[in-house]
Write a protein that binds this ligand. Structure first.
Ligand code: PLP
Length: 404
């Protein structure tokens, strides 16, 4: 159903296009996004919100328009709650280092977090004495609401923050955020959601989820690289410290003091990534025109195909639940006695299949299990086809049989 959209992507129109299955890392970009990025440099290569000439006016409108589109996509109550950042890592760091902490404050994460939603909390543990605790998943990596609720109860009044990935980049497993948000709030904590892997693949409504912060990567949503976003509740944003101070972040300054700007300006220090923001507006238009439920179904159907080809093969183990529908478009594979990087190179060089190999910035999960080789991860998106995932899975099985 999405195959005709392949025509929109220059890298897929070329002769012998790659089977690009590294979408959990970064997605491909359609023409409209590339054209919008170019349009900044060719038509209005100036600043926004400073000067009063035409370039600056065009860009100021573009930034405001892009912000509105992102806010609408996630159903944010106010457009000004939407902050442009460099990426999801920047957004999560803004939350972690923007709030006030006291020694002993408890922060809970899951045991399958990307470093971007683990290391800032570990850093705060070292620097501010917060108490970071890990909620253990079930044996198939699905989230345990029971363990989570117990961890909230154990933390008692010290529980200040719950920060969870919406969908894990390790295995594609979704955390029931709405339920987790209710439990977190019942225990008096805030909830921050790392939406890097959910925002591109499912509709996200921050009001319906009833969360406090939502961090996401625009470069995983067919938008330009170097673009991400943070949504936060206005009352929280108003009181949160900005992790950068300078141009835009202040209303006024004197030799002996300054006044902060209101959100979102307060968090967007310095001249921005305006070409990226032009591209973001186009990416938001593109993604808003898709039925994300259908995108999700398509990814699951591709995952079912690849998972069924490899699941019973000796020397191959899929991380996460056996049922592919619980792993979205991600098929992450442990290989016995074979280096995942070697297979990734072979897949690209021999048959043009691009996947990710290694620990995917989830070192902690692999380290705990002594799996220093990491895994081989194929991740599908709307433009991938059945032929591509079959090529991936068949070539992998053949390689494992001959090398294993
Ligand atoms: C779950 C998750 N969180 C955070 C990140 C970091 O995203 P970014 O590169 O936009 O900082 C990623 C990137 O792969 C991710 O998958």
């Amino acid at each position: 159903m999405f195959s005709k959209l392949r025509e929109n992507f220059p890298t897929l129109r070329q002769d012998n296009p790659p089977a690009y299955l590294d979408n959990a890392c970064m997605t491909l970009r359609p023409d409209c996004v590339i054209d919008a990025v170019n349009s900044y440099y060719t038509q209005s290569p100036g600043c926004s919100g400073r000067s009063v000439h035409r370039y600056a006016i065009v860009n100021a409108r573009k930034v405001a328009g892009a912000r509105t589109k992102v806010a609408e996509l996630f159903n944010a109550p106010q457009t000004k709650e939407m902050v442009f950042t460099r990426n999801a890592t920047h957004s999560l760091n803004q939350v972690a280092f923007g709030l006030d902490w006291n020694p002993g404050d408890v922060v809970l994460t899951s045991d399958r977090e990307h470093n971007s939603n683990l290391v800032p909390w570990l850093q705060l543990e070292q620097e501010k004495g917060i108490d970071h605790r890990v909620v253990r998943s079930n044996s198939d990596n699905s989230f345990s609401l029971e363990n989570f609720e117990n961890a909230c109860a154990d933390a008692g009044p010290n529980l200040k923050m719950v920060s969870l990935s919406h969908v894990g980049n390790l295995d594609g497993v979704e955390i029931p955020i709405k339920e987790a948000a209710k439990i977190a709030h019942d225990h008096g904590a805030l909830i921050c959601v790392d939406g890097a892997q959910s925002a591109p693949h499912m509709s996200v409504d921050v009001q319906e989820l009833d969360i406090d912060f939502f961090a996401f990567s625009i470069h995983k949503m067919m938008g330009p690289t170097g673009m991400g976003g943070l949504w936060g509740r206005m009352d929280l944003l108003k009181n949160m410290r900005s992790i950068q101070a300078g141009g835009s972040t202040v209303e006024d300054s004197h030799y002996d003091g300054f006044t902060w700007s209101q959100p979102p300006n307060k968090f967007e220090g310095g001249l921005g990534n305006y070409s990226g923001i032009h591209g973001t507006a186009a990416a938001m238009d593109y993604i808003s025109n898709l039925d994300l439920n259908e995108v999700h179904k398509h990814e699951v159907s591709l995952n079912r195909i690849m998972s069924s080809i490899i699941k019973d093969e000796a020397g191959i183990e899929i991380i996460g639940p056996a049922d592919a529908s619980k792993r979205g478009g991600i098929c992450s594979i442990l290989l016995e006695n074979i280096d995942a990087h070697d297979i990734a190179i072979l897949l690209d060089e021999a048959v043009g299949v691009m996947v990710r190999s290694g620990v995917h910035c989830v070192h902690s999960w692999f380290n705990e299990r002594g799996l220093d080789q990491g895994s081989l991860r194929a991740s599908a998106y709307l433009y991938n086809t059945e032929e591509e995932v079959r090529l991936f899975a068949d070539t992998l099985v053949e390689a494992v049989q001959s090398l294993g």
